[in-house]
Design a protein around this ligand. Structure first.
Ligand SMILES: NC(=O)c1ccc[n+]([C@@H]2O[C@H](COP(=O)([O-])OP(=O)(O)OC[C@H]3O[C@@H](n4cnc5c(N)ncnc54)[C@H](OP(=O)(O)O)[C@@H]3O)[C@@H](O)[C@H]2O)c1
Length: 372
């Protein structure tokens, strides 16, 4: 069996060399898969679709048609419906694998119950995009997928309140394992970043570092970062379906995390700027209203106490299963290049990080306190 990619490659060779290509010398590729993507549009979806098509797979997407309808033209089959109320377009159809990237609300457990029960006999593998937020306890170094996840027992939720994001994903995972035992693949990504990420959470850093001047950076440079380029995540997910790999995986990199000092330095290399850095104590920032992992301090987390292992995952099993992690320089460069294609008013309204005025004010406060 040869993939569409190989077919195209050999087809091109054949154009030049008539029928001289002996099929015995073709390198067998993995079989092309029929993939169903629940989602397929939004941020992650198009990266997933493009990766699957690039590798010669046949792709069907399922969503409400509210975002990006028709964006892939005839290359992709689009099915319309609603995870909450209408899965009729999926009935009676068969796929090799489903990649579920649209169940993220408090209703995720109900949504996956509906799709899991409907698809159980019509797909061989159910790959669910979960989240690092499922972990109840992020205090271990290194972290692995053996760490306990959120439950209503270890982290109760007030009666009548919706499940938290982490709870919802954890219960959705559990429901899928019960519905399709042994045929589920769970991927728990950390912050997903890169071109087309509309949240600006990572994007703030390449944009800010490219602007140059004195940059306020949190902590002392030793706190770690582990995030994932959306393109690496999608390569990993497609690989997991090609290899029919089941189990629970984290979706972060690089191995063990990288200290914030290295993170900004690599971003700087990627975007080609020459700023100076002033490291500002995290407790001081918190006392002045800038919370780690909050709107003003995206990506940054303090590696101590309950979050000591937040960005300290041992990803040996993921690397063995096919995860590749591109250099931060590339993610920063490509994200900035994409950012520069956006309209000027969008670029002027970056959603996270410090405004220039706020950054200056905090730097002045910090220096006054430190007597510098
Ligand atoms: N972004 C991150 O940093 C991050 C980190 C960890 C995990 N994740 C997970 O990654 C996944 C993808 O995230 P994303 O940022 O790409 O999400 P997104 O941009 O919001 O895209 C969501 C997709 O789901 C579809 N959808 C939404 N509501 C639907 C419904 N009721 N019925 C059917 N389809 C529906 C959307 O299409 P329509 O609107 O047309 O229906 C779209 O294709 C999510 O499961 C998220 O929890 C994200």
């Amino acid at each position: 069996m040869y993939s569409r990619r190989d077919f195209i490659a050999t087809g091109l060779t054949a154009l030049g060399a008539a029928s001289l290509v002996d099929p015995r010398y073709l390198v067998p590729a993995r079989a092309a898969k029929k993939l169903l993507i629940l989602g397929g549009t939004g941020f992650v979806g198009p990266h997933n679709v493009r990766e699957a098509l690039k590798r010669g797979h046949e792709v069907t997407i399922f969503n409400r048609g509210k975002s990006g309808k028709g964006m892939f033209g005839k290359d992709v089959e689009e099915l319309a419906g609603d995870r909450a109320s209408d899965l009729s377009a999926l009935k009676g159809r068969k796929w090799d694998a489903v990649i579920d990237e649209s169940a993220s609300l408090a209703s995720a457990p109900e949504w996956v119950k509906l799709s899991g029960e409907l698809l159980r006999d019509n797909v061989e593998q159910y790959l669910f995009i979960s989240t690092r937020s499922v972990y109840f306890d992020l205090s271990s170094v290194p972290m692995t997928n053996a760490a306990p996840v959120l439950t209503l027992e270890n982290s109760p939720i007030e009666a009548g309140k919706p499940l938290s994001y982490g709870h919802a994903k954890a219960y959705a995972e559990k429901a899928l394992h019960e519905i399709m035992p042994g045929r589920v693949t769970v991927v728990r990504p950390g912050l997903i970043v890169g071109p087309e990420d509309d949240t600006d959470r990572f994007t703030y850093w390449p944009v800010r570092i490219a602007r140059g001047g004195e940059v306020l950076v949190p902590g002392d440079g030793s706190d770690h970062v582990q995030i994932i380029d959306v393109r690496d995540l999608m390569k990993f997910c497609v690989t997991l379906t090609e290899n029919r790999t089941f189990g629970v995986f984290n979706g972060v990199g690089p191995q063990g995390g990288q200290p914030f000092r290295e993170f900004v330095s690599r971003i700087q290399q990627g975007v080609g700027s020459n700023p100076t850095y002033t490291w500002v104590d995290a407790d001081f920032l918190r006392a002045n209203g800038a919370n780690p992992y909050g709107r003003e301090l995206p990506v940054y987390q303090v590696m101590r106490g309950r979050t000591a292992g937040f960005a300290r995952f041992d990803i040996t099993p993921e690397l063995k299963a096919g995860l590749t992690v591109r250099p931060m320089e590339d993610t920063a460069r490509d994200t900035l290049a994409w950012w520069k294609t956006l309209p000027a008013d969008r670029q002027a309204a970056i959603k996270t990080g410090f405004t220039p005025e706020r950054e200056q004010a905090l730097l002045a406060l910090w220096k006054a306190r430190a007597g510098k």
